[in-house]
Design a binder for this molecule. Structure first.
Ligand code: ASP
Length: 309
């Protein structure tokens, strides 16, 4: 068995391996690991204490995919519930749907018995207020004001980063993928990134492998990045070549807003690799034989940034 995760999965990866050792499925393993990241108050990009939208509201996105049969569940723009990964799993298991957003997702979460919680912390609220103040904006006067120009200026690509990715594989070759995020800091209300979009930020198929992304979600949506990695594996590329090709697809995107991207990936045999547009960026993995996780460096693929706000 093996689990690969983005580096901020360090608070949950041991729990994922422990779950599988205790007989849990890959879905149980990654849900348990991601919930610990969602609960981590020091992580301002996932779950509780996540950074808010331009209006100061924490809107969470998550998805889960089962590589055995390609079933999937996703939620987007969920306010007031701290564990979107678990809500996404319930969507997969309890509904004939894949994707719920906004008030419908929140209604479903309540119906499934999830406990609501105040998601913004005093610290994240203060950061948001200070960042707005630096643009001469008063947080209490945004409600009825045009936001598009402000979002373009507020969203410095260097401070919008963070999401957690987990891919778990058991000893029978079953692979599952989970992604959870508070998304782009200072986003326009209602914005969805790649994390809840199956094929963009998350994809798993036992036959070929799996991939998940962090970084500027708009890019992964436009290039279908997670699905592309798996499609390149299906076409016979090695894991390394598949990841690099998916990064090159991102580098080739046009448009005014190009920022960073990171991919973790696994092939059907359980080999792992990871890729980043930032040199020196790390990921983690742990097998059933390991007493702790390993930290490894991602392969760097240059994707020149441009941000023409
Ligand atoms: N991919 C996430 C999103 O676009 C954010 C991130 O990973 O930085 O919502």
């Amino acid at each position: 068995m093996i689990v690969i995760a983005s580096s901020n999965g360090d608070v949950g990866i041991r729990q994922s391996i422990a779950m599988m050792k205790a007989g849990g499925s890959t879905l149980d393993a990654l849900e348990a690991g991601i919930r610990l990241v969602e609960d981590n108050p020091a992580d301002h990009w996932v779950g509780y204490s996540g950074m808010p939208s331009i209006l100061g509201e924490v809107e969470l996105d998550a998805s889960i995919m089962d590589g055995r049969d390609l079933t999937a569940g996703a939620v987007g723009c969920v306010k007031g519930f701290p564990h979107p990964i678990s809500i996404a799993r319930k969507v997969m298991e309890q509904l004939p749907h894949v994707f719920l957003v906004g008030p419908g997702a929140e209604r479903f979460a309540a119906e499934m018995g999830f406990e609501p919680r105040e998601m913004i912390t005093p610290e994240t609220r203060q950061t948001w207020q200070a960042d707005l103040a630096s643009l001469a904006q008063n947080p209490t006067q945004l409600e009825n004001q045009p936001l598009a120009g402000l979002v373009r200026h507020f969203s410095n690509p260097h401070r919008t980063r963070g999401t957690v990715n987990f891919i778990a594989r058991d000893d029978r070759g079953n692979i599952a993928t989970g992604v959870s995020t508070s998304g782009f800091y200072g986003k326009y209300p209602g914005r969805l990134g790649d994390s809840p979009v199956i094929g963009a930020g998350n994809y798993a198929d036992n036959r070929y492998g799996a991939a998940a992304c962090t970084g500027m979600g708009e890019m992964a949506i436009r290039a279908s990045t997670a699905r592309s990695v798996v499609m390149y594996l299906k076409q016979g590329l090695t894991l390394e070549a598949a990841g690099i090709q998916a990064m090159i697809d991102l580098r080739d995107l046009g448009g005014r807003f190009i920022s960073g991207m990171n991919i973790i990936a696994m092939n059907a045999q359980g080999r792992v690799a990871a890729f980043s547009s930032e040199p020196g960026k790390t990921y983690i993995y742990m097998t059933g034989e390991d007493s702790d996780f390993h930290v490894a460096t991602r392969s760097f693929v240059d994707v020149p940034q441009r941000w023409e706000a």
